[in-house]
Ligand binder design. Structure first.
Ligand code: PMP
Length: 395
C-alpha cells in the first residue's frame, strides 16, 4: 500500500521526524535529505576525503572514482541511451547550470542573424542567461534575435502549434522548462521536438522534474540536448546540481573550469540521493506528490477567497482537472484579501513552511506575491488536510 510505503520513507528523514509540529512544504525550493544521503557524506568525509583527479594515494583515487562514478550514475538515472557520447558537468544548481550552457556552449555557437527561442514566463534562471548571451554578443557586433516561446492561454503549457510558426532556418536553439515552478504543470516539452524539427538543440530546465518524476531520455519523446537540474531539490546536499549534455547536435559541451576542485561532498550526496530515489521508485514518488497536490487543489478551488494560479477559472468547481493541469507537487495560490506574505506568516504560526513571495518568476506575475505549497514524498495526506483546514478558516 502506498500509505505504508510512504510512512517507511518519511521515517528516513531526520529533520521531519525531529520536528513533529512542523510541516515543510517548500520542497520546490529545496528538498529535505534522507538519512542515507547524510550517512554517505559522513562515510566519505571520515574515510577518504581528498581532492579528485590528482591521486597517487588511495583517498584521492577513491575520490576520483566517486566523482567519475557519479557522472555515470547521473546518465543511468536519466536513462541516457548513448552514455559514450554524453557529458555530465557538476554545478551548484540549475541557475549555474543554465548559465554554463549559455556561456560555454551557446555563446560561441551563435552567429550574426541567428535566432533563439526562450521562455519568458518561467523561472528567471531560464531567461536571464539567454538575454545576457544576446547582450554580450551584441557588444561584439553579433546580433542574435531572442523570441518568446509561446504559451497556451488555458492549459499554461507551450503552444507547440504557434511554436512551429516561429521556427525558421536561422533557429539555432530552444530553452524550455519541464515542469513549471509556479503552476506545477507539465509543460509538454515532448511536443517541442516535433515542432522545431530534428536539428535544433533543446535545453531543458528540469529543476522541478528530476527527483520528482521519472525523466527518461531513452524515450524518443524526450529528445532534448541538455538536461539541467538541481541535486539539492532531489534529496542531495545544498550546492549541488548537474548539466547532462547529449552532445550529438552542435559542438560538444566542454565547460570551462573542469580542472578545478569539484564539490566532492555534494557529488557524493548526489549519488546517494539518486540511489535513494530510484529505490523509492520515481513513478510512486510522482503519484504520491501529485495525489497530495490534487487533494489540496480540488478543495481549494471550492473556496471563493482563493485564486489558484494557472488553474483555469472556466473549470467548474468540483470538476476534475484535465490532464494538462495536473500538478507535479506544486500548488500556488493567492487569497483575495490577505497579502501573500501575511498569509505565509499565518501559515507558519500553524507550523506550515511555505514559499510566500514572487517565486522568481519572469514576466508579469512577478509583481504580485503568491503562496506556493510544494510537498514531497515525506509529506502526508493528513498534513495537507490540516493545511487546508487553516486555509478554509481564513476563507
Ligand atoms: N529553474 C526552476 C524551474 C526552478 O524551480 C529553480 C529553483 N527555484 C531554478 C531554476 C533555480 O535552481 P537553483 O536554485 O538550484 O539554482
Amino acid at each position: 500500500r502506498d500509505a505504508d510505503w510512504q510512512r517507511e520513507l518519511r521515517e528516513q528523514f531526520p529533520i521531519v521526524t525531529a520536528h513533529p509540529g512542523s510541516v515543510y512544504l517548500d520542497s520546490a525550493a529545496t528538498s529535505q535529505k534522507p538519512r542515507a544521503v547524510l550517512d554517505a557524506v559522513q562515510a566519505y568525509v571520515t574515510t577518504s576525503n581528498a581532492n579528485a583527479g590528482r591521486g597517487t594515494y588511495p583517498w584521492a583515487n577513491r575520490t576520483t572514482e566517486l566523482v567519475e562514478g557519479t557522472r555515470e550514475r547521473v546518465k543511468e538515472f536519466l536513462h541516457d541511451p548513448e552514455p559514450d557520447h554524453s557529458a555530465v558537468h557538476f554545478t551548484s544548481g540549475t541557475t549555474e547550470g543554465l548559465r554554463t550552457v549559455a556561456h560555454d556552449w551557446l555563446m560561441p555557437y551563435l552567429a550574426d542573424g541567428d535566432e533563439i527561442l526562450v521562455p519568458f514566463a518561467d523561472h528567471r534562471a531560464n531567461l536571464d542567461p539567454w538575454l545576457e548571451t544576446r547582450r554580450l554578443l551584441a557588444a561584439r557586433g553579433v546580433e542574435v534575435h531572442v523570441r518568446a516561446l509561446p504559451y497556451q492561454a488555458v492549459s499554461g503549457d507551450y503552444d507547440h502549434r504557434a511554436l512551429g510558426d516561429l521556427v525558421g532556418p536561422r533557429t539555432r536553439f530552444v530553452a524550455a522548462t519541464h515542469v513549471h515552478h509556479v503552476y506545477g504543470g507539465d509543460m509538454n516539452v515532448h511536443r517541442i521536438r516535433a515542432a522545431v524539427g530534428p536539428d535544433v538543440p533543446i535545453c531543458l530546465d528540469a529543476a522541478q522534474s528530476v527527483g520528482h518524476l521519472p525523466v527518461d531520455l531513452a524515450d524518443p519523446a524526450l529528445d532534448v540536448d541538455f538536461v539541467v537540474f538541481s541535486g539539492h531539490k532531489a534529496m542531495a546536499l545544498p550546492g549541488t546540481g548537474a548539466v547532462w549534455a547529449r552532445n550529438t547536435r552542435g559542438p560538444a559541451f566542454r565547460p570551462a573550469g573542469w580542472q578545478g576542485t569539484p564539490n566532492t561532498v555534494g557529488i557524493v550526496s548526489l549519488r546517494a540521493a539518486l540511489d535513494w530515489l530510484e529505490t523509492a521508485g520515481l513513478d510512486r514518488v510522482a503519484r504520491w506528490t501529485a495525489g497530495l497536490t490534487t487533494r489540496l487543489t480540488d478543495r481549494l478551488r471550492n473556496l471563493d477567497a482563493y485564486e489558484i494560479l494557472g488553474c483555469p477559472t472556466s473549470l467548474a468547481a468540483g470538476s476534475a482537472l484535465p490532464t494538462a493541469q495536473r500538478r507535479h507537487g506544486i500548488v500556488t495560490f493567492r487569497h483575495h484579501d490577505i497579502p501573500s506574505d501575511d498569509l505565509g506568516f499565518i501559515l507558519y504560526s500553524h507550523g506550515f513552511m511555505v514559499r510566500a513571495d514572487s517565486l522568481c518568476q519572469a514576466g508579469a506575475a512577478e509583481k504580485d506575491g503568491s503562496v506556493r505549497v510544494s510537498p514531497h514524498v515525506y509529506t502526508t495526506g493528513e498534513e495537507i488536510d490540516r493545511l487546508f483546514a487553516v486555509l478554509a478558516s481564513l476563507a
